[in-house]
Design a binder for this molecule. Structure first.
Ligand SMILES: Cc1ncc(C[n+]2csc(CCOP(=O)(O)OP(=O)(O)O)c2C)c(N)n1
Ligand SMILES: [Mg+2]
Length: 283
């Protein structure tokens, strides 16, 4: 079995960019093979996840339960396709296992389970649970007087779940400057725009009002993401909210910003075009 291992963090944004497109290509092939997956949301969050796993997080795939590791919680668990691809490329399990995505008896379920695969900190899928889990994880780190950090990635539509706002209030109250939430602000949820469904704006002001330090960033700019993640917490005694402006379907022209691609699967012809756009070198 082939295991792709990275020994050191990547600090060159160009290499992170190339890695994220290699991951996108594999991810799209996996979804088409499985005939299931969340095409748009995977492409939206890939640059954020790639920058964290390859450029920022203190994690060791050969010792995935090290108590002092950083914790990444993918609250938008429906984007398991991107998540598993990145975990496999990072060395947590063999890349070949991606071929079993969504198949019966495979540990690569449609939504990630922390009892089935190494590297997954929280079972997610039901939206609105990652941030409350992350607050508890960050409080535990404070109680242990540990420098480990907690990163939670949420969708934007997901913020319509009230549990997020209880967790946001609690995080500020407990001065959790070891906690960073990253919002994948692609403007779309399942079936419509967030602002047409249940308006979120003014979103940055809402987080500020809840006591968080807020920063906005281009969620597809690896250099900006890397610089930002290396600098958190932005203010001592406050949790950090990264409002990452993204495009659902980033990298594939006919998927980008389209309402209909939340969980549509590409045809073989569409996949062929997508792979060209995602930089696959033609034989
Ligand atoms: C509690 C709950 N309600 C509904 C769903 C079904 N669901 C899966 S993804 C999704 C939309 C999520 O939109 P968003 O958070 O913006 O994610 P993204 O755009 O990044 O895919 C919904 C409603 C769910 N997983 N959990
Ligand atoms: Mg969204």
């Amino acid at each position: 079995m082939f295991i792709y291992l990275e020994d050191t963090l990547i600090t060159d944004p160009k290499l992170l960019y190339e890695k994220s497109y290699e991951i996108r290509r594999h991810n799209m092939k996996t979804i088409v093979k499985a005939k299931l997956g969340h095409t748009g949301g995977d492409l939206s969050v890939t640059d954020i996840l790639t920058t964290l796993y390859f450029g920022v997080l203190n994690v060791d795939p050969s010792n995935p339960t090290d108590p002092e590791r950083d914790r990444l919680i993918l609250s938008k668990g429906h984007c398991s396709g991107a998540f598993y691809t990145i975990l496999a490329y990072r060395g947590f399990f063999p890349v070949e296992m991606l071929d079993t995505y969504e198949q019966a008896l495979s540990p690569l379920n449609g939504h990630p389970s922390n009892t089935k695969l190494p590297g997954i900190e929280a079972s997610t899928g039901p939206l609105g649970h990652g941030l409350p889990f992350g607050v508890g994880t960050a409080i535990a780190a404070k109680m242990d007087k540990s420098p480990r950090r907690v990163f939670v990635i949420t969708g934007d539509g997901e913020l319509q779940e009230g549990s997020n706002w209880e967790a946001a209030m609690s995080a500020a109250h407990h001065k959790l400057d070891n906690l960073t939430v990253i919002i994948d602000r692609n403007g779309l949820q399942q079936g419509d725009y967030t602002e047409a469904t249940n308006r979120l704006e003014p979103l940055a002001d809402k987080w500020r009002a809840f006591g968080w330090e807020v920063v906005e960033v281009d969620g597809h700019d690896h250099a900006a993401l890397l610089d930002l993640f290396q600098r958190v917490p932005l203010q001592k005694g406050k949790p950090t909210c990264v409002l990452a402006h993204t495009h659902k379907g980033q990298g594939v022209s006919f998927v980008k910003d389209q309402v209909g691609w939340h969980h549509r699967v590409m045809t073989q012809e569409e996949l062929a075009q997508a792979l060209v756009e995602l930089g696959e070198v033609q034989a």
